[in-house]
Design a protein around this ligand. Sequence first.
Ligand code: NI
Length: 226
Amino acid sequence: MLLHIENVLSPELAAHYREALERAAWVDGRLTAGYQSARAKHNQQLPEDHPLAAELGQNILAALERNALFMGAALPCRVFPPLFNRYDGGQSFGTHVDNAIRQARGSGDRIRTDLSATLFLTDPADYDGGELIIEDTYGTQSVKLPAGHMVLYPGTSLHHVRPVTRGARISSFFWIQSMVRGDAQRTLLFDLDMAIQRLGAELPDHPSAVQLTGVYHNLIRMWAEI
Ligand code: NI
């Protein structure tokens, strides 16, 4: 499932983060790429141990914890500390698949990358190109979202970033290990969750709402690993 989550950050907060990031010292993104993706990766990245990455990353994680759509869709077990990248002057990232397991710098924590996330921090009017192209089972999806919006997609997907031919594109990106490993099961749970919420809003006293909520939790019990 590919999901667009609006306003993870307000436009004002996204602009504030982007301005702070513009002043930071970026390094070659290939320093953190795996063997396969290093050849395809042409961008800049904020060092993982940069204080600004830690500060903004914590704020982003706090915003995600308050975001019901993210929590319901990702069913997160662990979230990788958010990273930041920047593309300009024709930079791009060719087709690749993200590493299955990531280890955060300076910690022994390893996470399985069930889901990938990109949080856009630059308004689409401020750059040309830079679309995130995701090869989904339903075909190829082109994603370029307003500042503060995020796309969540299966970590199993092949994806690439098209060249940025005007301006600069700054984003945060990270991975999520879900309590529910499989995309198919996670999608069913999300659909059920959405239907239960709609039922609860439209027919709050209907006994099926309680029964379906029970089914939801029993499926979580069956599928979750924590
Ligand atoms: Ni990637």
